[in-house]
Design a binder for this molecule. Sequence first.
Ligand code: NZQ
Ligand code: ZN
Length: 393
Amino acid sequence: MQNFIQYSPTEIVFGKDTQHQVGAQVKKWGGSKTLIVYGQGSVVRSGLLDQVKASLEKEGVSYCEWSGVQPNPRLAHAQVGCELAVREGVDFILGVGGGSVIDTAKAIAHGVANPQNPIWDIWTGKVKLTKTTPVGVVLTISAAGSETSDSAVLTNEEVGKKAGINTDLNRPVFAIMNPELTYTLPKFQIACGVVDIMMHTLERYFIPNSRNRMTDEIAQGLLRTVIDSGRVAMKNPSDYDAMSEIMWCGSLSHNNLTGLGRAKDFSVHKMGHALGARFDKAHGATLSAIWEAWALYGYQNDLERFKHYGKTVWGIETEEPEAAAREAIACTVEYFRELNMPTCLSELGVGIQEEKVLRELAMDATMKDTVVLSHLRKLRAEDVYQIYVKANH
Ligand code: NZQ
Ligand code: ZN
């Protein structure tokens, strides 16, 4: 087991009716005036926004609003929200929604604490981030894990790039998680969420020589739970138990618990972000579209690991490592199909791409071939290109 630090300070308030505690939570964490950040209307239609406002008013917390966050959230939208927050003198940012809303809230929080700096300078590391504004969350979709994660992802349309920053200053101070708030999700979004949660776990799992049984057991248990619950949720999105399990898996999959004591990979995410920036497709769908190609490109470098994954997560008893590993990959892909998720570029809805585009995607994913991806098999831009070629059907 490698040395590690586990830091997951977010206060989780989980369960039915918990959204009514949001006012008390903001107050507890020092907020007297908050910016409510939300998306394109689901929280208005569900009545959640009114409940949030009522709870804030009850606690004497004043607020203003910044709406219109879109999936694959845009830098420019966050920047304008930040200017509004500075003008209004808010001291707390409240995200009511999913990963896109929460990441926008995080970006605004950093911008408010550093008003002299454009958000993108913080994103690119030109400005070192040393302080932020507290962020709280009312979660409405189980997927990105942003409610506990140290990361935030934005798309800069001007440069055509989707990129994240990782810092403990990205950790929200509280997350209100009521699974009932996810009942209104379209099935496609439930499926995207299940895939994303699996990926956050798998990207920490296929790390050669990671001898940490406890971390493995957590990861495998989480994967079995989210896979089973995903099946139930796709049939009945109002199944409280299934939606609860998925919601909790979402947070645990990305607060680093599933990767303690080992390196992490996130190469599939980097390839997915390149697709997301170029084609504006849902994050989870970009991951399922590329995973099989990634796995087939590298699995022979660690057959035993794939065999172990197949045995513990999918119940595969095949002894011969190569056959067992291939079965494990096939089971994963079959499950994505069961969820109606894409497993190649044409199913992602972007069509078959020409070589030039695939090469550009590979350059985007590897920051112009300056970053080597993956621990399973080192991936330079040429390797990433080959993976896109494999998925290009
Ligand atoms: O905008 P509204 O109207 O709210 O609709 C949203 C949006 O269209 C809808 N939705 C959310 N909750 C709903 C609902 N519709 C009905 N009922 C509800 N209860 O769902 C759509 C997708 O929302 P979004 O926030 O984009 O989904 P998700 O949570 O999957 O977030 C995806 C974003 O997070 C990033 C992704 O790259 C992507 O940009 N990620 C963030 C991470 C992090 N900060 O740690 C890690 C992830 O790997 C990921 O990269
Ligand atoms: Zn993700």
